[in-house]
Design a protein around this ligand. Structure first.
Ligand code: SF4
Length: 343
């Protein structure tokens, strides 16, 4: 049984301007110890999908349908107390801004201890011992001397480590990380990703990594889901996605990625803006930005269908197999060519 099984998830927000269709029929599953990278631009629906999974969208403004099963239990429609217990204990969360999770006026040791005490019947001294242990695990230097510091006394990277400590302190089965390294410099970003991988290896935690950066997915994930316009538009094992991406939006994301095997001779930006989720385009949501769009793309939503090379690799695109192979082969050659190196 999968640890997390999401089926046909739909999230609609009721706004003064109309219905915003933020998530449209998203399905995926995640096993214990695995990492799923969810990638897409802002407004692709990736963060809202996981806020919905966690029961964190406000039902006064949102309609949610579908199913979210965590370790066999349905979370959609579960009581507030059930969700609160699961969120703190079995599912940890990390956000881009550590101050979303840390209280600026409380010492970090106190905050970590509280996170233990809420979910476990242990003494304050035991919670303190566990807090020190987890600060050591996330490699805060001299943790015993820093445990009574306030969040503002830590650098950005160290604050992110404290937030990871907070998310992991109750040894959750699943960690949901939403752009956890976006605000950090490249070196600190690499350190945090390495740390997450190490902790995953030690504890067998499953991870959902939400990011706009395919480089982060390549670094950490086993499986990848590319989101666009509130839908999964491509999903595959990470190595398959990088070896043979099947649709133009993923080609665009790969084109904007510096990689060791693609020499970054020419980094491309995807032209245009993500679609309005209030008034999405007809047919394929990517059609206004797609260089390969034809009439069918503007009339008919492409189904998620298997790639010719692997049944686990699925994508949405009306282009036929021969055209996609021809275009990607030419595009890959263009991306790896040194002739286009900017002066
Ligand atoms: Fe482009 Fe059409 Fe494929 Fe959409 S379906 S990605 S518009 S070619």
């Amino acid at each position: 049984m999968a640890l997390l099984e999401v089926t046909d998830l739909v999230t609609r927000f009721r706004t003064d301007d109309g219905i915003v269709q933020a998530v449209s029929g998203v399905s995926f599953s995640l096993d214990r110890g695995q990492t799923l990278g969810v990638v897409g631009e802002s407004g692709s629906g990736k963060s809202v999908t996981f806020l919905t999974v966690m029961g964190l969208v406000d039902p006064r403004h949102a309609d949610v349908t579908g199913s979210v099963r965590f370790d066999g239990n349905e979370l959609l429609g579960a009581s507030f107390s059930t969700l609160r217990k699961i969120r703190g204990q079995r599912i940890g969360m990390i956000f881009q801004d550590p101050m979303t999770s840390l209280n600026p006026v409380k010492r970090i040791g106190w905050q970590l201890e509280e996170a233990v005490l809420i979910h476990n019947d242990v003494s304050r001294s035991e919670a303190r011992r566990r807090s020190l242990e987890v600060l050591d695990e996330v490699e805060i230097p001299r943790a015993d001397a820093r445990i009574d510091d306030y969040p503002h006394q830590f650098s950005g990277g160290m604050r992110q480590r404290v937030m990871i400590a907070m998310a992991l302190i109750n040894q959750p089965d699943l960690l949901i990380a939403d752009e956890p390294t976006t605000a950090l410099d490249v070196t600190t970003q690499a350190q945090i990703l390495r740390l997450m991988k190490k902790l995953q290896d030690e504890h067998g935690t499953a991870i959902v990594m939400i990011t706009h950066d395919l480089g982060v997915v390549a670094e950490l994930a086993d499986d990848a889901a590319v989101m666009y316009g509130g839908r999964i538009v491509e999903e595959a094992k990470v190595q398959d996605l990088f070896a043979q991406p099947e649709m133009p939006y993923t080609w665009g994301l790969l084109g904007s990625l510096p990689r060791a095997d693609i020499t970054a001779a020419r980094l491309e930006q995807i032209p245009g803006q993500p679609p309005s989720l209030l008034r999405p385009p007809n047919g394929c949501a990517f059609n206004p930005r797609c260089a390969y769009a034809f009439d069918r793309c503007r009339a008919e939503l492409p189904e998620l269908r298997p790639s010719p090379t692997s049944g686990e690799h699925r994508f949405r695109c009306h282009l036929d197999d021969a055209d996609r192979l021809r275009i990607w082969t030419a595009k890959k050659a263009e991306l790896t060519s040194t002739e286009g190196t900017a002066a």
